[in-house]
Design a protein around this ligand. Structure first.
Ligand SMILES: [Zn+2]
Length: 361
């Protein structure tokens, strides 16, 4: 089947004489025909020359012949119809509009990658980090924190164990609860420290939850609230918020480590990063939802968490503000009021019995 015909100028490469010929494609051959000549050129012998935006449309033959457009528009549409000519990239850079569009698209992809793709990638990569690596990372982080602003707990070892015995069963109940994703924490260990950061708790990726003596002092009569705090921290562990935060802070190095099985770079950077990692608002909300799920699973009222925020506020007003931006007790975001409202709203769906000690706001 032969193609549409196009009028072009033909130069044989030996003389400067132009021949007006009809050009078409037939069975992989370029056909040229006029009253004076008939030529066939294999397509493999044709070089469809790149052109500038305002340059001439022409094609060179291996034997030195050339065809040149008589009508640029007709040439372009014929070329397009035949699927011939310069690749898209060449055509694209002939137009500043294309360049602008390409730049805009690139910027949008980069922005999407940052806001959406990076967290997605972090979520996918975090489970690939071996637990031995996450354990080593956590140990190193805790060691660095001990050096900088944690002190040994003033609670006697017996008392620490008594708290473990009281609190750990609640976490076990959560693991068998209704919300496995947020509560399926692999292994939780409770660590006690005295701290400049006041009443607080924070979790490390390997499931170590550090509770400050000040938090125990603040909530020693409210085991239900302590369980809520633990549920929040266990949620951070189960949902791998720490690892995901680390990956988002330096995706490439972690991705490279996963690919090559060398985690030394991650381990070197992790303690410094983890120690200063403020979780995103989304992570905090998810952790609060884990707290609600754990409290419900233990037949506790989530609204009891208001006690924590109330007492924390009193503690801070008495002792002077100290907000480290770390752990469960930071007030910057989400705002305490929003979190309290979330815990109180959760009561509407609870089947928990009325608490004997009413919560104050
Ligand atoms: Zn948190």
């Amino acid at each position: 089947m032969s193609s549409t015909r196009l009028m072009v100028s033909y130069f044989d490469g030996k003389t400067s004489r132009a021949h007006e010929v009809v050009m078409w494609l037939d069975q992989g051959m370029l056909q040229l025909s006029s009253a004076q000549l008939i030529r066939q050129v294999a397509l493999s012998q044709v070089d469809w020359a790149e052109r500038t935006r305002h340059g001439a449309r022409l094609a060179h033959f291996a034997d030195g012949g050339t065809v040149q457009a008589l009508d640029d528009k007709a040439w372009d549409s014929w070329m397009h119809e035949q699927g011939l000519g310069t690749p898209l990239a060449v055509r694209a850079h002939q137009s500043w509009r294309w360049s602008m569009l390409a730049t805009t698209v690139l910027l949008m992809v980069a922005a999407l990658g940052y806001w959406w793709g990076l967290p997605m990638a972090a979520r996918a990569i975090a489970p690939m980090i071996p637990s031995a690596v996450s354990h080593e990372m956590s140990t190193a982080t805790l060691r660095a924190m001990d050096d900088q602003w944690l002190h040994p707990s003033q609670l006697a070892p017996d008392e620490q164990n008594r708290w473990r015995a009281r609190l750990m069963p609640a976490l076990e109940v959560g693991r068998a609860g209704h919300r496995p994703a947020a509560l399926a924490t692999p292994r939780i260990t409770l660590e006690f420290r005295q701290a400049r950061i006041g009443p607080n708790a924070f979790a490390l990726p390997d499931g170590s939850i550090v509770i400050t003596d000040e938090l125990i002092e603040l909530l020693k009569d409210r085991e239900d609230v302590l369980i809520g705090v633990l549920g929040h921290e266990a949620g951070h562990v189960a949902l791998r918020h720490g690892l995901r935060g680390l990956i988002q802070a330096g995706l490439l190095s972690v991705a490279g480590s996963v690919a090559f099985g060398d985690f030394s770079g991650v381990l070197a950077g992790a303690p410094a990063l983890l120690g200063h990692l403020a979780y995103s608002r989304d992570f905090e909300r998810e952790a609060d939802e884990a707290a609600i799920a754990l409290m419900r699973a233990n037949h506790l009222r989530p609204s009891a968490m208001a006690v924590f925020f109330q007492r924390l506020r009193e503690y801070r007003s008495k002792r002077g503000e100290f907000d480290s931006g770390l752990g469960i007790a930071f007030s910057s975001h989400p705002a305490d009021a929003e979190r309290i409202a979330r815990f109180q709203a959760a009561d509407l769906g609870t089947d928990a019995p009325q608490s004997s000690s009413t919560t104050s706001l």
